[in-house]
Ligand binder design. Structure first.
Ligand code: GSH
Length: 227
């Protein structure tokens, strides 16, 4: 069984990392059983064997892989059935989606929920979380999140490429879901699990597609713990 080190909150059942969710969906797509171990920000000693300090990390027998993208590439190489990347061309396209999610989608979401995140992280992570994120933003978490009701329309407008890509199509992967779907839906699991603030609109092509992803793999996303 593959072991996944998976970011958890104060509640060990609350799994909320946008990167770990990409890996969870990818593993489920391939039907690979996973032992998803709860990991907290301050538990870097637990993943020191991976040579870095971030999750997801997977251990598959003697093989250790960190970084959600590297894990997706590894999984398709080690377990070619039910491909998530769809060969070199598909991998190149998914690489763009990954870059878009990391450089546009995530920065858009974080300013809507970062103060809410403080309420869900483990007690022992709270100081680290506040200090590291406030250093990054140069402002308090409260100041970063303030005014989100006024900013959410601009965030939703920034999702137009996603909305257009999904119009009349069931999946980003085409007729079947692919890692492109896992990347974007995994990222959207982050606000879904940690905040009651509606980052995405309740209706329209994105909500409909996200609903379909939540129902995949026996309802893996839909049944996940939320605040
Ligand atoms: N590029 C990495 C990013 C991984 C990452 O940043 N993970 C976060 C959890 S969502 C983390 O471990 N953060 C540790 C920290 O902030 O100290 C990937 O795609 O896996």
């Amino acid at each position: 069984m593959i072991t996944l080190y998976d970011l958890a909150g104060a509640d060990p059942e609350l799994r909320f990392s946008p990167y770990c969710w990409r890996t969870r969906f990818a593993l489920a797509h391939k039907g690979l059983p996973v032992d998803a171990q709860p990991w907290r920000f301050t538990e870097t000693d637990k993943i020191v064997f991976s040579g870095q300090g971030r999750v997801p990390v997977i251990q598959d027998g003697a093989t250790v892989v960190s970084d959600s993208w590297a894990i997706a590439v590894y999984l398709d190489r080690a377990y070619p059935n039910a491909s998530i990347l769809g060969g070199p061309g598909g991998q190149a396209h998914a690489r763009f989606i990954n870059a878009w999610a990391d450089s546009v989608l995530m920065p858009g979401i974080v300013t809507l929920i970062v103060r809410d995140l403080l309420d869900v992280v483990a007690e022992k992570d709270r100081d680290y979380f506040r200090t590291s994120r406030e250093t990054r933003f140069g402002r308090t978490l409260e100041a970063v999140q303030a005014g989100r009701e006024d900013r959410v329309a601009a965030f939703r407008a920034s999702l137009t490429p996603l909305r257009v890509a999904l119009q009349g199509r069931p999946w980003l992967g085409g007729a079947q879901p692919s890692y492109a779907d896992h990347i974007v839906a995994g990222t959207l699991m982050w606000p879904r699990c940690t905040s009651t603030f509606p980052a995405i609109a309740a209706d329209g092509p994105i909500a409909e597609w996200f609903g379909r992803v939540l129902d995949l793999y026996g309802g893996l996303g839909r049944s996940a713990k939320t605040v």
